[in-house]
Design a protein around this ligand. Structure first.
Ligand code: BTN
Length: 332
């Protein structure tokens, strides 16, 4: 993030610490800048959506009931070095994943997040697109640099699904389900999608971009048919508007919690077991007939869950146990 951005994050933290006015002098001292620089940053923050009162001889007061959805607000809520402490925020972008991928190649550190109000060309799994209307949902990509082998990256897919499902549960008031590998559903309708893209060498992952799209306040019919009958949002389910800043903050902290757990053990089977267990708690297809499309083939059978590496297990009608590592599953 730009230096000015860092100062604005610190300024917002100082204003939030006090319920009343904070003097210009205190802000000047706290940030180590001149009074006119303080004023310049206050103006920039107002322009980005903050409501900040200014009163002679009193200083500045932030209206904490009206906090905007922007990069400064997101970064101000993250601990230093945590996921979301460095934010690249865009009013409009082609795809947050594409931007995060470019940043990954440029050496941006792990934990940087890209967020957009709207995506012009949001990407979904398997070459699909992701509808990204402005102002209502969350479109974010997280840059990670896990020390794992390329073949272990599939595990990360499940880990992110657990973090998204956990965060959604908190706002929904009940548990969503996960469709293998990582669609988040409420009943039959899709609420969130996850797209992992990575840059690898033969035996090493250089970085992973975790793209997450969550329908928060979108009205289903905004998308028109046929999509409107297969998607939902948290607001459609609960009738209540969700704060995008709060949702994103909880999401980053949940990703960090599960990621730290798995990284500590180098993603080995033992360290990853809690992730698999949590994922199974959201999985609704075990024991049910499924149809899987994978690499141009269609497989039908009974779903027997996932193995410790996150591959889907399907028992075919002839009794053979198939292991699927990539594809799309639906009830048969
Ligand atoms: C899917 O279910 O097909 C995956 C959808 C992933 C959408 C998110 S929105 C933020 C990030 N940027 C993108 O272009 N795609 C992901």
């Amino acid at each position: 993030m730009r230096e000015e951005g860092d100062r604005e994050v610190r300024l917002i933290r100082l204003l939030k610490r006090s319920e009343g006015f904070v003097s210009g002098e205190e802000l000047k001292q706290g940030l180590g800048i001149t009074r006119s620089a303080v004023w310049k940053h206050i103006e920039a923050l107002r322009a980005s959506g903050y409501a900040i009162d200014a009163a002679p001889r009193k200083g500045y007061r932030l209206d904490t009931a009206m906090l905007p959805f922007n990069g400064v607000e997101l970064a101000s809520r993250a601990a230093p070095g945590a996921i979301g402490a460095r934010v690249r925020f865009f009013k409009e972008i082609d795809s947050t994943n594409t931007e995060a991928f470019t940043l990954g190649r440029m050496g941006e550190p792990e934990g940087t997040v890209v967020v957009a109000e709207r995506q012009r060309a949001g990407k979904g799994r398997i070459g699909r697109s992701w509808e990204s209307p402005p102002g209502v949902n969350l479109y974010t990509s997280i840059l990670l640099r896990p020390a794992v082998l390329p073949m272990d990256a599939q595990k990360l897919t499940l880990l992110i699904a657990v973090a998204v499902a956990e965060t959604v549960s908190g706002f929904l008031g009940c548990r969503p389900s996960v469709k293998w590998p990582n669609d988040i559903l409420v009943g039959p309708r899709k609420l969130a999608g996850i797209l992992l893209e990575m840059e690898c060498e033969a035996d090493r992952v250089k970085f992973v971009v975790v793209g997450i799209g969550v329908n928060l306040n979108m009205k289903r019919n905004l998308l028109g048919e046929p999509l409107s009958s297969v998607v939902t949002s948290i607001m459609e389910e609960t009738g209540k508007e969700v704060s995008r800043v709060e949702f994103a903050t909880e999401l980053y902290s949940s990703v960090r919690k599960w990621y730290d757990l798995a990284t500590k053990s180098g993603f080995d089977a033992e360290g990853f077991a809690p992730v698999i267990e949590a994922w199974r708690g959201y999985f609704a297809s075990e024991g049910k007939p499924v149809r899987v499309r994978s690499f141009g083939r269609t497989i039908e059978g009974v779903c027997e869950g996932i193995d410790p590496d996150g591959a889907l297990l399907v028992r075919s009608p002839s009794g053979e146990r198939l292991r699927v590592i990539s594809g799309d599953v639906e009830p048969a």
